[in-house]
Design a protein around this ligand. Structure first.
Ligand code: BG6
Length: 608
């Protein structure tokens, strides 16, 4: 997944503003970067392998002059990271420049066709064939909208593309074909970018786009055209309530640290709105559903795992978590009737696996519901009803506050649905609401109380290459999330599984000092004690995250016990993830890894 962006302005100072946007898209791709700015008949293209910060320094991007420019940050799919495969790319004559985000799955075939027609394609990157495909039609049509429509017909894939041509340097063009893209409206300048947060330092005024739409931007106007037939589409602009401040590190060393600490505010804000009418539609549709599939990927899938416990046990709704990329294989012949809902959980609202699932399920009659963090995102706009998790901008690639707010929103929805259906009495509903309102204080205590112990254990675990995390009942999803955090920013084999499963095979991995982390909810503590002793008696090293458990000291060293504040079976799993987030963070720092941008990963995968 990559980041694309562009500016068309009256003044010739776009380079610095392009870099403001580009730096905020760094989470989308950081193996190469490039900028192409136009002035007086010349397109100045500068690109190379390396992070955007490196390329800015080495190629002096900030000094580029011009009133129109585009840029791209690359997470490689087609073609290894190299200068020639970096984007943007020229067409054959050097009159047009373009960059894409996404995948052209017809790459080899389209490349061959274009080369047969005489196009000189010099890279192995699929972004380059977008430029040549459009060039082919521009040479005939001498009209960029028609050329883009014609070029798209030459290709298959899911992507977004931004381009401009020397013949019309006062116009910037872009097209959304399956990857995220949004317009920003400034003062005598207009922006295009892969996500909304990246343009917030420049403007809060944005225009969301749908797939199959081409935009023509000038410094003070925007027009939208349909790829299908070139007809013009009108769409009002919106004002974002996200703030740009959300996404600067402040006095934290890493975004990850900042965002772990921000869970206090994020949970407080979300809890504050637990009875808000903005949730009414989602609550109503969940209350009517006789079953709901919970669809997610990565940390969002782990949140679905905890969420299914809440919906099944508090709301009395049959909830089934399913991997985003698996649903249309697993349930291809399932008939949803008209009472099956699908709750799509995606903080970016742009993950391709989720969008593929919606495109599969919607025509079959599933009621599509959304849980997103980014307003105006694709999943939001494909849903009958949706809710925001309100976590604010999350910059670090590993999810933390967005995962926690997803779990909290599941609990809020389960409480409201359970009460609406009479499964939760007024009294129980009131007490659960009180617990939810009190949660952020417990989050704050947990973050503070876990920090030192996490740092200490991280030092001891900084050399290990494998560990197991076990959850039981409501904490199974928490163990999955903890393992994902540790794995993705430490590059080690951290496995997670259901606690009762460990003895059926995986237990063989335990030998002297092998770390096994148990995430234990209050009602399950005595059941899990037998699991802990199975590891302790085989010289393993049990590490426990739980509220107080009498007699635990028989099996667990005091320094291996994260005692989280007393709460309840439903609240405890939200607190229990915090020691795991901090442990993963400090282990990563011990290993000299930048936890914000782990190798090979990307924050939002808009590719298959
Ligand atoms: C992955 C990210 O690419 O996508 C994970 O690295 C994230 O952190 C997953 O959880 C799902 O993303 P989203 O935006 O759909 O929640």
């Amino acid at each position: 997944m990559c980041g694309i962006f562009g500016i068309i302005a009256k003044k010739s100072d776009v380079a610095k503003k392009l870099l403001i946007i580009g730096k905020r898209l760094a989470y989308r791709g950081y193996d190469s970067a490039g900028l192409a700015v136009y002035k007086d008949g010349v397109i100045d293209l500068r690109k190379d392998v390396g992070t955007i910060d490196y390329v800015i320094e080495s190629l002096k991007l900030a000094e580029m002059k011009g009133n129109i420019g585009i840029g791209q940050l690359r997470w490689s799919t087609f073609g290894k990271p190299s200068k020639i495969n970096a984007q943007p790319h020229f067409d054959c004559d050097g009159d047009m420049i373009g960059a894409h985000n996404g995948n052209i799955i017809s790459y080899y075939e389209t490349k061959e066709n274009l080369e047969k027609e005489g196009h000189n394609i010099i890279s192995q990157n699929d972004g380059e064939i977008c430029v040549h495909a459009i060039e082919k039609h521009y040479d005939k049509e001498q009209d960029m909208i028609k050329a883009i429509i014609g070029g798209i017909a030459e290709m298959e894939g899911a992507f977004a593309f931004v381009t401009y041509h020397k013949d019309s340097p006062e116009k910037l063009y872009a097209v959304k074909m399956g990857s995220s893209l949004v317009i920003g409206l400034g003062e005598e300048e207009t922006y295009i970018a892969s996500d909304l947060p990246s343009i917030l330092p420049l403007t809060k005024k944005f225009v969301p786009l749908n797939d199959g739409e081409i935009v023509e931007l000038t410094a003070d106007s925007y027009r939208i055209f349909s790829v299908k037939d070139g007809s013009e589409i009108t769409r009002e602009s919106r004002i974002s309530d996200l703030s740009a401040e959300d996404a600067v590190k402040g006095d934290f060393d890493y975004f990850l640290t900042k965002e772990i600490y921000e869970q206090v505010d994020a949970t407080e804000k979300l809890a504050y709105g637990l009875e808000s009418d903005v949730l009414d539609s989602l609550v109503e549709k969940l209350a009517k559903a006789d079953k709901v599939f919970l669809i997610g990927c990565g940390s969002s899938l782990n949140a679905c795992n905890v969420g299914s416990y809440y919906l099944n046990n508090v709301a009395g709704v049959l909830a089934i978590p399913v991997i985003g990329g698996r649903f249309f294989e697993e349930y291809k012949d399932y008939d949803p009737g008209d009472t099956t809902a699908m709750l799509c959980v995606s903080q970016s609202g742009e993950t391709k696996d989720i969008i593929n699932t919606i495109n599969f399920a919607k025509p079959k009659g599933y009621h599509i519901l959304g849980m997103v963090n980014v307003p105006g995102s694709t999943v939001e706009r494909m849903s009958e009803a949706y809710a925001y998790i309100g976590a604010g901008i999350e910059r670090s690639v590993p999810a933390t506050k967005t995962y926690t707010n997803q779990v909290l929103l599941f609990l809020i929805l389960a409480a409201r649905v359970g009460h609406a259906k009479g499964k939760l009495s007024d009294k129980d509903f009131e007490s659960l609401k009180d617990e939810i309102h009190n949660l952020s204080k417990l989050v704050e205590v947990t973050v503070k109380n876990s920090d030192e112990r996490a740092k200490k254990i991280a030092k001891e675990l900084s050399k290990i290459n494998a560990m197991s995390l076990l959850g039981y009942g409501v904490t199974h999803g928490v163990a999955l999330e903890g393992a994902l955090k540790i794995r993705e920013i430490n590059y080690i084999a951290a496995e997670a599984m259901y606690s009762s499963e460990f003895k059926h095979g995986p237990l063989s991995i335990v030998s002297d000092g092998y770390p096994v982390i148990y995430v234990v909810a209050p009602n399950d503590k005595y059941y899990v004690i037998s699991h802990i002793s199975e590891v302790e008696c085989r010289e393993g090293r049990p590490i426990v995250i739980a509220e107080h458990i009498d007699g635990l000291d028989k099996y667990v060293q005091e320094e291996d016990y994260f005692e989280i504040p007393k709460s309840s079976q439903l609240i405890s799993p939200i607190l229990a993830v915090i020691p795991l987030q901090l442990l993963a963070l400090y282990m990563s720092i011990e290993r000299g890894i930048n936890p914000d941008y782990p190798r090979n990963l990307s924050k939002t995968l808009t590719v298959d």
